[in-house]
Design a protein around this ligand. Sequence first.
Ligand SMILES: C[S@@+](CC[C@H](N)C(=O)[O-])C[C@H]1O[C@@H](n2cnc3c(N)ncnc32)[C@H](O)[C@@H]1O
Length: 274
Amino acid sequence: MTPMSPNKRSSSKRSSQTLAHGADKYALYERAVQDPPSTRELIEEIYKSRRNRAPRSLREDFCGTAALCVDWVLSKKDRRALGIDIDPAPLGYARRRKLPSLSESQRQRLRLVQQDVLVPDDQLHDVVVAFNFSYWTFHKRSDLLRYFLNAHAGLNKSGLFLLDLHGGPDAQYELEEATDHEDFTYVWQQDIFDPIGNSTRCHISFSFPDDSRLDKAFTYDWRLWNLGELRDILHEAGFKRVDTWWDGDDDLLRPMKSATNNVSWVAYLAAWKN
Ligand SMILES: C[S@@+](CC[C@H](N)C(=O)[O-])C[C@H]1O[C@@H](n2cnc3c(N)ncnc32)[C@H](O)[C@@H]1O
């Protein structure tokens, strides 16, 4: 074993006393990025726009810590959710930190699976979602089509596949945005944009009042898919109708056929099986 220099020893002691050292990146991510009740309300609104009942079963692809799945089973007694993520770490967080507070019945209506979203699952759902641009992990069109085919296969006849995307010129520039929260700052960083692969690398970091930092707590290597391409690939995967839900001038999301470009925008694609 290599002996530690006195300097190194004292700095590692200091770092173990920092706010960053005591922080949990999954807890911070949930607080900074997610708002499960409003996401659930959006799913309900979009589903009801074409079906005259509330959706009951949800499959959350790329579920991370399954925050939306948990909110879903808590929201109504007849609701079930399946969360799929390839990474055991956020699923472990969900199992340790979320499941213990659920009742037996709520736990029975929630299934978490560590798996690639490309692997077929037999259960059919009212709604499949892929949020926070997670499907941008697929850089090749053939892989994205394979994923959309799998989402299509996981839906019942009246099913809805809902995904978000962002765009506008800002999405192609290096930038850093900081958002203050009570006890930490959330930092979104777009690092590099490659116009040949239309790909980008983004990072999430968290900084704290004692100047400590969880640097690059999350890194994403994404292809920036554009809205028209996504609509085409969804149709190719078999979806009969694809609505674009866009933020109007009044800040309300609604289905739109055309829109004014902004420097930065977020939209939702609602792909209907029938
Ligand atoms: C940006 S996080 C999204 C978390 C959550 N869905 C949200 O809306 O905030 C992306 C998640 O996708 C997971 N992931 C990436 N590739 C995957 C794949 N091929 N199959 C399943 N999960 C995957 C990662 O492990 C990570 O937890």
